[in-house]
Design a protein around this ligand. Structure first.
Ligand code: SF4
Length: 391
């Protein structure tokens, strides 16, 4: 939808879509950056194992150049800056937001609000971030051990004062997240205590990174069932060393052959890396069928013993990490993905769910032995669309 808009048009569209709780989840429309791996906190559930002693940080010169590169890709409308804690790199963050704003990008910064110690400080911090469209503050028990709720409230009120969309993101254990009454009550309380943000969203903790080691075992409800569900958000993220990951749930160390690592922006143009991610059948399978399909392929290939064995209900990303970190399972999945029927299913689902035509076009190229795309119509043919769309 927003692919055909100018960035200026897309800015107001994205803002309203977020307020209305409509998904903005095409893979080609957004990208993100980890400004630093350092964080003043050490939350138990951190996906990427950030803590105060991490030293990796992005070079400002590189960050600005990468924003320039993304600005040359018309489909990209939305940039996300996170870490670690992005506010530890205040100068770089302010420069990056200013550069992004000069291209009319919609911009989001994700933070714990550790810096919003009082209302005046919070106002000062937000005011200096001209070009910021959207502030997401993370709140949950692990964060609260370090950052009291009044800090979150100060950050939200400051965002509102400067016309910045505000979201509070709540994390919780899977069993709590599955309990709709509990979840709604918590969201209501957070609204009241955190200054009535524009949005409150919730998600369950994933057993990924430090979370896999440190979340309370007593509160985990593990079973032998593979969690169903599709990849919740695949949006490329550039790490401090130029590594480009499929999403913001990935951090080093990542094996060089792990499909979550799609390239390095120091070695290759970001446009080429993003194209590769969008054309990768295995990565797109995660979005159309979910990691559960890769797990099924592993079982069929006799690789069940390589799977983690026990998962939380809804723990899609934990299963994704499990299957994609095993080279034999990745090889089995890539082999299964040679099947033209499965490819057609992925292509059609991708078009039906996300409106993305890329793989339908790839199928047409396959079918016509690499007929150049330029010689073909822009829309997928009826023949290619004659395949099952998921219920
Ligand atoms: S399912 Fe995999 S690719 Fe998708 S957000 Fe989770 S970890 Fe990332």
């Amino acid at each position: 939808m927003i692919s055909s808009m100018t960035r200026r048009e897309a800015r107001s569209y994205i803002r309203q879509a977020l307020i209305d709780d409509r998904a903005v989840n095409r893979v080609d429309e957004s990208a993100g950056f980890y400004l630093t791996q350092k964080c003043p906190l050490r939350c138990d559930h951190c996906y990427i194992d950030s803590h105060p002693n991490r030293t990796e940080r992005m070079e400002q010169r590189e960050l600005l150049a990468w924003i320039d590169e993304l600005a040359a890709i018309p489909s990209v409308k939305y940039l996300v800056f996170s870490g670690g804690e992005a506010f530890l790199e205040r100068e770089m963050l302010a420069e990056a937001l200013a550069r992004a704003a000069s291209y009319d990008f919609f911009t989001t910064v994700i933070t714990s609000a550790y810096w919003a110690r009082d209302p005046a400080i919070a106002r000062r911090e937000v005011e200096r971030l001209a070009g910021l469209s959207h502030l997401i503050v993370s709140v949950d028990q692990p964060h609260e051990a370090f950052v009291p709720l009044p800090h979150v409230r100060n950050a939200v009120l400051a965002a509102k004062e400067f016309g910045v969309l505000s979201t509070v993101g709540i994390g919780m254990y899977a069993s709590e997240h599955a309990d709709a009454a509990y979840r709604q009550e918590l969201i209501g309380l957070i609204r009241v205590y955190c200054g009535q943000p524009d949005r409150v969203v919730s998600q369950q903790f994933e057993l990924v990174g430090r979370g896999a080691r440190q979340l309370s075992p007593a509160r985990l409800e593990l079973s032998g069932q593979f969690p169903g569900g599709t990849c919740p958000i695949m949006s490329p993220v550039v790490d401090t060393d130029g590594s480009v990951y499929t999403c913001c749930g990935i951090g080093p160390p990542v094996r060089r052959d792990d499909p979550h690592l799609v390239g390095n922006a120091r070695e290759e143009a970001l446009g080429a890396i993003l194209q590769r991610q969008q054309a990768d059948w295995l990565l797109q399978l995660l979005r159309t069928h979910g990691p559960v399909e890769v797990a099924r392929q592993a079982v069929e290939a006799g690789l069940e013993s390589q799977l983690g064995g026990r998962y939380e209900s809804g723990g899609v990303c934990a299963l994704c990490h499990d299957v994609l970190s095993k080279p034999a399972i990745v090889a089995a999945s890539r082999q299964a993905l040679q099947d033209r029927k499965l490819r057609r299913e992925i292509a059609v689902r991708r078009f039906a769910i996300y409106g993305e035509e890329q793989m339908l076009k790839l199928l047409e190229v396959d079918a016509t032995e690499q007929t150049p795309l330029a010689a073909r119509s822009e829309s997928p043919s009826k023949e290619v669309l004659q395949a099952g769309v998921p219920p």
